[in-house]
Write a protein that binds this ligand. Sequence first.
Ligand code: TGC
Ligand code: FAD
Length: 396
Amino acid sequence: MATVTTAAEKRQLNPLDLYDIRSELSEEECMVQDSVARMVDDKVLPVIQEAFENHQFPRELIDEVAALGLLGSSIEGYDCAGLGSVCYGLICQELERGDSGLRSFVSVQSSLVMYPIYSYGSEEQKQRWLPAMARGEAIGCFGLTESQGGSDPSNMKTHAKRDGDDWILNGSKMWITNGNLADAAVVWATTEEGVRGFIVEKDMPGFTTQEIENKFSLRASVTSALFFDNVRVPNASVLPGVVGLKGPLSCLTQARYGITWGVIGAAQACLDEVLNYTRDRVLFHKPLAHNQAIQLRLADMARRITTAQLLSLHLGRMKDEGRMTPAQVSLAKWNNCRAALDIARDARDMLGGSGISAEYVPIRHMLNLESVITYEGTETIHQLIIGKELTGINAF
Ligand code: TGC
Ligand code: FAD
């Protein structure tokens, strides 16, 4: 018969891991989580508030994430770590406990740039880019979104035409993470054959980037517009292994999976902060945490974090077994981003006036999560993907 823990055996649960998800992890997964957590505590948390306030990506962290093997961590060979999907998830979780901007940097490099080169690139492209990208010596960005509507990439205007052994690329991309940092952009463009992926290098004539200033969200991340004015791209820089929108959409599935984990880290950081704050803050002669109304809100945060953890862990195990589907990823991306954003907003409120100060983490996470719930498919897009799965009817 199954046993239930008695009051005598009762032990203190980890408030950030009420279901002891940690005990479900392998030794390797625990090691990866711990080493990223240490790096975040030692190198990210001391600098991230200032980086966010200064609207600057902390470039010095590129070497730190590369040294730990966090770039392209799921790729086998090419100097990459070849880790499982849960490891990748835990990496995202710990990085985003620091800041969504840093997790974004790693998501884009790993899932949106190295993944398509690995999955659809020629051997020459893989040899040229993957080891350099794993070491952080070459940085990539992913250009899919255009100004006329990111939710509907099938309405893409950027196009490429064959010209002898080359292609001539024209058009523009909007809201591109790492754009101004990147040595190479994986750019998706329409051609007579369908959508193709082009590796556009930063010094190719006609390719320019412009950083998007004055963001109130993801301030510690570089976001750019990309412009292509008759850029001549050799055929050797076209990804040979995929034609059609499923190319970029398959990359999104990888990145969205990581985001389901990442936002858990942001939510945990907010709950941690608000637990400490409500224990110390005395109002009406007692600590704030003594109030039922406060405890209800804290309990709700723990419920949402636990649900998110279970979804992501199960998704990760299914991914490694090769049976994860895009609609399942959409459910977790929707659920976990919504949970994290609501937690961050509520934590901000429970800190009162202090909640608007950069000294406390919730407002930074809250502002970041407004982007995270929007990029990689807005909440509505993910709801409609699930609607299509349930009904068989495409509402787009
Ligand atoms: P649809 O007709 O449904 O599909 C076209 C083809 O693609 C296949 N497919 C997928 N394959 C793999 N993974 C997925 N998630 C897939 N979704 C669709 C599909 O099977 C089909 O293949 P085939 O062989 O039949 O041709 O396409 P649609 O035009 O109706 O669009 C569907 C919709 C709306 C779901 C899609 O357009 C969409 O997901 N829109 C949202 C776009 C989006 O998420 N953009 C993100 C840009 S990148 C970004 O935000 C990076 S932020 C990074 C950071 O900083 O962390
Ligand atoms: P729109 O598509 O114009 O959507 C506007 C609103 O309409 C949303 O609320 C949406 O949910 C709603 N909507 C759309 N369709 C429907 C419908 N059928 N029914 C009901 N409502 C609907 N893109 C990249 O390619 N690469 C990147 O690296 C990248 N990084 C980003 C970084 C940041 C900080 C941000 C903010 C965005 C980034 N993006 C990137 C772009 C991102 O993917 C898009 O912003 C996102 O897909 C939404 O597109 P949009 O902004 O054009 O909004």
